[in-house]
Structures are given as C-alpha cells and as structure tokens.
Ligand binder design. Sequence first.
Ligand SMILES: *[C@@H]1O[C@H](CO)[C@@H](O)[C@H](O)[C@H]1NC(C)=O
Length: 368
Amino acid sequence: MDFKGAKKKRNRRLFLTPLLLLFPHPQPFLLGFALQFAAVDTGEAKSKLEIEQLLEGNFASQGRYRTFATWRRFNHHDVKARNSNGMPVMLRSPKFYRYWLDFRRNLQNWARKRMFQPDIMMDLVTLVKVPIDSHNGLMSSDNKYKSCAVVGNSGILLNTDHGKFIDGHEAVIRLNNARTERFEKNVGSKTSISFVNSNILHLCARRDGCFCHPYGGNVPMVMYICQPVHFMDYLVCNSSHKAPLLITDPRFDMLCSRIVKYYSAKRFVEDTGKALSEWGSTHDGSMFHYSSGMQAVMLALGICDKVSIFGFGKSTLAKHHYHTNQKAELRLHDYEAEYAFYHDLVKNPRAIPFISDKFRFPPVVFYQ
Ligand SMILES: *[C@@H]1O[C@H](CO)[C@@H](O)[C@H](O)[C@H]1NC(C)=O
C-alpha cells in the first residue's frame, strides 16, 4: 500500500473551503467536525423502517421481493403464492411459519442491539473466539490467538509467495470464500475463520444444504449482515451447519461503520475542499459501507495478540482479486478511507476514533 502517495494527494485544494480559509491550521477543526459527522448514522431512519417492514412480513416494499421469493421457492414453500403479497398466504406452510417466527425473533434481537458501544472490542473474544474454541474441542479461556493472519483478496498476493508464512500463524482469517486451491504458494491453505458478508451466504443458500465451504464444512464462519432480510438465509443455513455460523454483533458493526465513515469524511474534505454535508451525495449516503476486509481486520484486533495482514491494497500492476478477473472496485466502499485507517493502525492507533481508550491494540504489520 502506498501511504506516501495518499498523503501527497491529501494536501491538494485543502484551502478551498471558506471555513478552512479562516484558520491557518485547519486540522484540529476538521477532525472535530469529521468526528461529529461520523457519529450521526444517516442510514438509521431508513434501516429502522426497513426492519419494521420486515417484521411485519412486508418484503415487497423493499424491492427485495425477488430475494424472498427465491428463498421460498428454494425451500419449497408455497410455490404458487409467489405473486401475492403479505402474510396470510405465506403462513400456509408450517415449516415456513417456524422459520418466520425464528426470523422475527432473530431480527428483533439484532435490531435491539444496534447501538454504539466503544467497549465492544473487548467482548470479541467471548463473542467469537470462545464458541470457535469450543467447536474445536478446546477449553474456553480468555486467551487470544498468539498470532493471526488476515488474508485479503488483492491481486498483489500473486507477486509474492507468502503461503507458508501465512499458514504459520495460529489463526488464519480468509475473506468472502476466496478459494485457495491453485494459489497455495501465494495465499496458503489453512483457514481458521471464514469471514463473509451475508450476500455470500445468500448466494450459498440456494445450493443444496447451503453448500458453500471452499475451506471445508468444518471451518467456522463469521458473517456480518449487510441486508436484514438475509436473516432468512442465516436461519436456513445455520440449522444445517456443522461448524459455528456466527453473526457479527451489531454493536461491532456500528463501531466499524463509524470509523470508516470518519476517515471517509475527513479525506473527502481534505481532498475535495467541499463541505462535509456534500459527503453523502458522493458516497451514496445510507448505502455507504465498510468492506469485509476492514471488519475482518477489526475482528483480528480484538482476538489476536499479533496481527499480520496480507493481500490488502492494490497496485496498477496487479489484478483486483487474486482469484477472479473482476476489474472494477465496488463503489459501495471507500478503500482510500480504509487505507487511511490502516495507516493509523500501524503508525498511531491512538488516533483512531470511537474505540474505547481501555482497548489495547495489538501490533499490526502489513505485508506487501
Ligand atoms: C445456530 O445453530 C447452533 C448450532 O446448531 C445453535 O446452537 C444456535 O442456537 C443456532 N442459532 C439460531 C439463532 O438459531
């Protein structure tokens, strides 16, 4: 990752904003504004409404009816009812009704926990490592993994042979089911945690028995919910999963959101000289989301004594993903903002906002 390049760009057009012109040293003011700005969740009202509608069985208004119809067809619930709306028809299948109650219960519990909690980093061992240890037949303890490798999916991995080094970490976290076969030399083959977003599971849920385990059915998965409707996929898949299928705590999601939004807002003002209020229109406001990689790194900070990071960052000479031919970056994410976060993580973790002062950051190393 080229931190130097990022810095150079940052100083451009800094003084275009009239407010900033008033202050010869705008940095502290900007940081304060970006901090306040990031603490307001612009998507909150929309997402509350969305959850309410889902709890009422109103899937149609989400524009995601197709998703739901697919789910129902896949599970052989009431094929003929596909074109009608609302509960009464859906309730005909007793099996569906059971899922429906579970869905509501899970979604309600999840929605209730969606709040900002700066201490949540200290709960990650209990929330994630303890259930995984118990699945692996280990006694639960407060110990963290001695060392972790977080393996991103950047094409830069093909430039180096880090495979053995990666596998030498006590825990290896991989992202979004990127396969390792044929790439073992570059990316290793051991997987301790498969970290995915719920879109990945949603695609897997169409397959028989939710078969979607490039690392084997015994590898625990940790997943963040990017669309609440995906709780349906979670419930169907969780019941057949041998290994734990853990959902990230919504308080942890919220912390990650705020951090990335802070870096994004700060960069936006520094780079464009525009006002913070314009950030939303260029970052798709309520749809803005941290990447899976960012949250996997945050998870590693909470459950590991030492963190090594591979396959993050890009290069004009490398493919976007090591395992696909995908070209474009998803507009949903602000990778530059996330690089700024990683920069602080390595150089000055105390500059990272929102995380509780009580949290002790482990040493983090990025490998090219
Ligand atoms: C998911 O599956 C595990 C293991 O079968 C079970 O203990 C857990 O309660 C399930 N979670 C939900 C929300 O149903």
